[in-house]
Design a binder for this molecule. Sequence first.
Ligand code: HEM
Length: 551
Amino acid sequence: MLAEILGSLSGAVSNFKYLALNPVFLIAALWILWRVWTFTIKPKLRPLNPPVLPYALPFVGHTISFLWNREELLSRGSKYFPGDAPYALFILGIKYIVLRKPEDVKAVWNDAKSFSFDDYLRAAFAGFDIPPSSYTPTFKDDPARLWRGNHKDAPYFVKENPAKKRYINLQDGWMKEALQPGKKMDALSEIFMGHIEQLIPVYLSDPRIKAGDCKDHGQGQIVDLYNWGRYVLADAGSRAFLSSEILDIDPDFVQHYIDWEDVSWKIPWSYPGILSQDMYKARETLVQVFMRYYTLDPTQRPNLNWLFDRMQREHQQLGMSLHDTGTVALIVLWGVHLNTYRMLFWTLTHILSSPSLTIGIREETSCAFDSETNILSISHLMNKCPLLGAVWNEVLRLYASSAMIRSCVSPTAIGNKTVKAGDRLLGPFRPMHLSSSIWGDDALDFKEKRWLKDGGIKKPRGFFPFGGGHMHCPGRTLAKQEVLLFVARVLMKYDIEPVGEKVVRYGEDPRGEGAQEKRWKVPEVSSKHTLATLDPKEQFLVRIKERSSQL
Ligand code: HEM
C-alpha cells in the first residue's frame, strides 16, 4: 500500500517536473502569477494608486484595444470599475490615468503647474516630421535671447514680450486674440460667413456632392449631406484664413486638403511609416502650396489673415525653415476644419430627420433674416434661437469625442488617488456626456428639449465639448456661427428632406405636447479612425430644391 502511495507520489512529482520544464506550462504559470500580482495583490497593497484595468499581454497592455476601438475600451473600463474614481490604462508602454468625474478633469485644468501639454505639442510637431532642431526654440523661456538682429526689425517674441513668455505660449495668445469675440474675430467671421453663404449653392452642382437628380418630381436633386457641408466649410475656411489667392496658386487646394484630411488620422495614432505613404504624399502637396504662397510678395496676398501672417514671420525669425513653417500652417488649418463640418452634418441630420424640428427651426430662424434685404443676422442666430442652440448643444454632447490629455510633471493627487510625475492623464469627454448619472436614463437619446429652460439654454455639469482651462477651444464661437448660419440659410433657401422612408417612430414633436412623430433614421456612428468628432457609419442623402418663397 505504502509502496503504491509512494509510487503515485513520485509519479506526480515527475509529472510536475515534466510540466515545470514544459515551456507552455511555464509560460502559463508565470502569466497567472503576473495577473494575480498585478491586478489582485498590488491594488490592495497600494490603494492610493489608480487600479489598472486588467489586460491580457504584459508590455502590450491596452495598446491594441485603444487603437482598434477607443470608445469600446473606455466603456469596458467603466463597466469593470463602476463609479467615477480614476483608473489606469497602459498604452504604448505609458500609464494613462483615466478621469471620469467632471470635478477631476477641472482640477487638472486648474493646476497648470503639475500638468503640462508640452509632450503632446512636441509629439504633434514630430508627427508632422518637423525636426526637433526646428521646434525646440519655440519651447525656450525668454526667446528674445535667441534673437541676434537689431531692435528695429525685432519680431514680436522680442518686442512685444515683456513677460518673456515662451514662443509657444505667445502663439497660443494670438490664436485666442484672433478667434475669441472681439474686433479681430468679428472681421474674420464676416469674411468666413460671407464665403459660406456664397458657396452653399455653388457646391450643390458639384459632382463630388451631387448624388443624382430627383426623377419623381423632375426637379431638384439628391446630395450627400456630409460632403456638401464638408466642401463648403473647407473652401470657405481656406478663403477666410488664407484668402482666395491660395486657390490661384493651386485651384485644387481644397481637394488636396480633403484628400490629406481623410488619411490624417494616421498621425496621432503613430501609424507605421510604410503604411502612411499616402498621407505623406498628400501632406507634401499641401506644404508645397503653402511654401509657394508664403514666398509671394505680401502685396500679392493682401487678404491673408493676420494670425497666419504673423506666425509665418515669427517662425522664420526663430529659424524655422519655410517647409516647417508651411507644415505648422497646415496643423493650424487642420484645427480650423477638423471638427466643425462633422458637427454641421450631425446638426442638419437630426433637424432634417424630424419633420416637426425642421419646421420649428425654420420658423425660429426666419426672424434672423432681414425682411427686405434677406441679410442674415449672426447675432440673432446665436442669441435668440434657443431651439437651434439646444440642437447644437445636444449634437456636441452626443458626437464630440475628444479628451483632456496632459502629462504630470510633479507628483500630486486627484480625488483620493496619487498621480506620479511621468503619468499621463486622460479625461475623455464622451463617457461624461453619455453618463446616465449626469443626464438621466435617456442619456443616449437625442433630445434637444433637455437643454431648454424658461426660453433659454441650461448650463449643466460635465459638458466639455470644447475642453476647458487655459486651452478651452478659442474657435468655439466661430464653429457655432458656421453651423448655425449654414443651417438657417439652407432651411430658408431650400426645401430639403432625407431620401428614403421614415422608419423609426420615436421622437416627440418639439412643438406639440407629447405628440409622437415618425422620423427618418439618423446614421449610426462609426468607431473607425475617430479623432475628435465622430463620423457617421453610412451616407445621409437628401432631396433638395430651391423654395419658391424664401421669406
Ligand atoms: C465644433 C467644432 C470644434 C470642437 C468640438 C473643438 C474642440 C476643441 C477642444 C476639445 C479643444 C481643447 C483641446 C485640449 O484641451 O487639449 C480645442 C482646442 C483648440 N481649438 Fe477647437 N474645436 C472646434 C472648432 C475649432 C475651430 C473652428 C477653431 C479655429 C478656427 C479651433 C481652434 C482651436 C485651437 C487653436 C485650440 C487650441 C487652444 C490652445 O492651445 O489653447 N477649434 N478645440
